[in-house]
Design a protein around this ligand. Structure first.
Ligand SMILES: *Cc1c(COP(=O)(O)O)cnc(C)c1O
Length: 400
């Protein structure tokens, strides 16, 4: 079966809610993926960081196989022997007291919103139905109706309303804007430490620290959405660590799956997550033994194989080399760890054609908005592979 056949099937029978590159992948191995015609590509997207450990990581695969043969789903109506171990390991690793596991990132964000509101009513004393959550312009927290309701991207929300009230949007990167927006009813501030989908937008130095201080002074929870930035992507376990910030709530997902099985979660103190009582929140698949076992190994290999450190060291190298490329099209090259963006000038003719040219040369990268190419390979990438990719990227950025 050829590439065109699969593309036609997908476009005929599937909703067109994505605009993928026309490459049909059938196999993955580490940083490499292979299409149905046998061509090899370097994956520079890593499924939006969900495959940070590399494709089909052998240890995670082994865990998946063993657990799949033993027990896959119990629902939380019964207990299982993997979920408690994941809770212990993820809280020890992250330094939080409790975790609540879900499946997709958006569900974990919804969970964080619910628990922050509950905290506002039960602990802070905000009058019922009045809780406010401050979010940032350019945010991306997922696709549920509540979440897209406070997006500032028209495309994400047009025709999907009416939306959930209770959210205030302020400029990203400006701590004083948050301070001004806080009222006695503010439950939480929710931000991404680096805005991934907005184009790897890195806030000014000191922003996260200032926001954390403002939250603390005003008895407001800080929620960090580390779904994309977490687990080593930016060269620290969590991106907030770059400024020594420990948010009240950290939301995780993506790489927690090891690229195999969706697992997300909310990390917080027992004062916060302990507010949930039986029946108030749940998910049929949340905390299932298969996902829990996979997530345990997905975390384990990040530590055992030094992926956070590799992201820091090779990210710095990759970024430095990209910054040295001379190109009339490039406006800015920025990044932290292996979370890198090449922003093109408006005159470059859009990022899509550059991504297609990269594809022809064996590199898969995806444009973010119209003008940004994101380079976020699996965290196991080595220097040799980066050196293989650099001349190809240079050639593409120097196209007319
Ligand atoms: C991907 C992402 C989400 C949503 O995760 P899903 O698993 O797609 O629901 C939320 N927040 C951030 C920062 C993300 O990058």
């Amino acid at each position: 079966m050829d590439t065109q056949y699969y593309i036609e099937l997908e476009d005929a029978y599937g909703a067109h809610n994505y605009k993928p590159l026309n490459v049909v992948l059938s196999r993955g191995d580490g940083v490499w993926v292979y299409d149905v015609e046998g061509n090899r590509y370097l994956d520079c997207l890593s499924a939006y960081s969900a495959v940070s450990q590399g494709h089909v990581h052998p240890k995670i695969l082994q865990t998946l196989k063993e657990q799949a043969e033993r027990l896959t789903l119990t629902s939380r109506a019964f207990r299982n022997d993997q979920f408690p171990l994941l809770l212990k390991e993820i809280t020890e690793m992250s330094g939080y007291e409790m975790a609540l596991m879900m499946n997709s990132g958006a569900e974990a964000v919804e969970t964080a919103i619910k628990v922050a509101r509950k905290w506002a009513y039960q602990v802070k004393g905000v009058p019922r139905e009045q809780a406010e959550i401050i979010v940032a312009e350019g945010n991306f927290h997922g696709r549920t109706t509540t979440i897209v309701g406070f997006s500032t991207e028209e495309l994400y929300k047009e025709d999907f309303g009416p939306f959930t009230p209770g959210f205030t949007v302020v400029a990203y990167g400006d701590a004083s804007a948050i301070e001004k927006a806080i009222t006695p009813n503010t439950a939480a501030v929710m931000i991404e430490p680096i805005q991934g989908e907005a184009g790897v937008r890195i806030p000014p130095e000191g922003y996260l620290r200032q926001v954390a201080d403002i939250c603390q002074q005003n008895n407001v929870l800080l929620i960090a959405d580390e779904i994309q930035t977490g687990f080593g992507r930016t060269g620290k376990l969590f991106a907030c660590e770059h400024e020594g910030v420990k948010p009240d709530i950290t939301v995780v997902g993506k790489a927690l799956s090891g690229g195999f099985y969706p697992v997300s979660g909310v990390l917080a103190s027992s004062e916060i997550l302990g507010l949930f009582r039986p029946g108030e929140h749940g998910s049929t698949f949340g905390g299932n033994p298969l996902g829990s076992a996979v997530a345990r190994t997905a975390l384990q290999v990040i530590v055992d194989e030094g992926m956070v450190e590799n992201s820091r060291v090779l990210g710095e190298y990759f970024l430095g080399r990209l910054q040295r490329i001379e190109s009339a099209h490039v406006k800015a090259v920025r990044g932290r760890g292996l979370f890198i963006a090449v922003e093109l000038k408006d005159t470059a003719g859009g990022a899509r054609r550059f991504c297609e040219a990269l594809q022809e040369r064996g590199i898969l990268a995806k444009e973010t908005h119209d003008t940004v190419i994101r380079f976020a390979p699996p965290l196991i990438i080595d220097k040799e592979t980066i050196d293989w990719a650099l001349p190809k990227i240079e050639e593409v950025l120097q196209m007319s």
